[in-house]
Design a binder for this molecule. Structure first.
Ligand code: 5GP
Length: 204
């Protein structure tokens, strides 16, 4: 076995995937989890109501505002942010435990959260997913049957600000345009591999 292979198996990695609603983050993350044997999903807590078929404890744990505020005060969250009036956050302990076990932790979070992770975990990989065009983004959001038109419009209105923030903040090392899903996933897999190899050469 090569030194690099042995190293890869030991070192965990935090992979942050951000991007405007409708850019295809969830599809990309699902593919990463399907393809990478040692990847695991970071289950966020949120005050927003379940959407469609979402079940508690899968994509999200659905909690009250009081409970999230308690978690924030107790330092139990790695990061948190308010998005369209709802609070979202990443529980710290499961992430720490998984990285310590050498796993790749996939986090789908907004740009405010991405900024906090960049500060707290500088060796995390931060990837921002762009739609091919704003028209595609609109069409993808409208294709969702699980939300009101008002909410879809609000999400679309957020997109420009999120993209500008991601570009100007310097917190994202990678920008990938999600046109064809398989190609985007291949690109993200390359990024993760490259980052792991770099971590190996810096730490070994
Ligand atoms: P949605 O309501 O569509 O599931 O998510 C809305 C936004 O919140 C998306 O940009 C999503 O990436 C983000 N989000 C989901 N979980 C978290 C989290 O734990 N922390 C932060 N900061 N954002 C999150």
């Amino acid at each position: 076995m090569s030194a690099n292979k042995a190293c890869n198996q030991k070192r965990g990695k935090l992979v942050v995937v951000s991007g405007p609603s409708g850019a295809g983050k969830t599809s990309i993350c699902n593919e990463l989890l399907r393809i990478l044997p040692n990847a695991r999903w970071s289950v966020s807590v949120t005050t927003r109501a379940p959407r469609g078929q979402e079940r508690d404890g899968e994509a999200y744990s659905f909690v009250s505002r009081d409970e999230i505020q308690r978690m924030i005060a107790a330092g139990e969250l790695l990061e948190h942010a308010e998005y369209l009036g709802q609070i979202y956050g990443t529980p710290l302990k499961p992430v720490e435990d998984a990285v310590a076990r050498g796993e790749i932790v996939v986090m789908e979070i907004d740009v405010q959260g991405g900024a906090q992770v960049a500060e707290r975990v500088p060796d995390s990989v931060r990837i921002f997913v762009l739609p091919p065009t704003m028209y595609t983004l609109k069409a993808r959001l409208e294709g969702r049957q699980t939300e009101s038109e008002t909410l879809q419009q609000k999400r679309l209105n957020e997109a420009d600000g999120e993209i500008a923030f991601a570009r100007n903040s310097g917190h994202y090392q990678y920008f990938v345009t999600n046109d064809i899903l398989d190609e985007t996933v291949a690109r993200v897999l390359d990024i993760i591999k490259k980052e792991q190899d770099q971590a190996c050469s810096t730490h070994s």
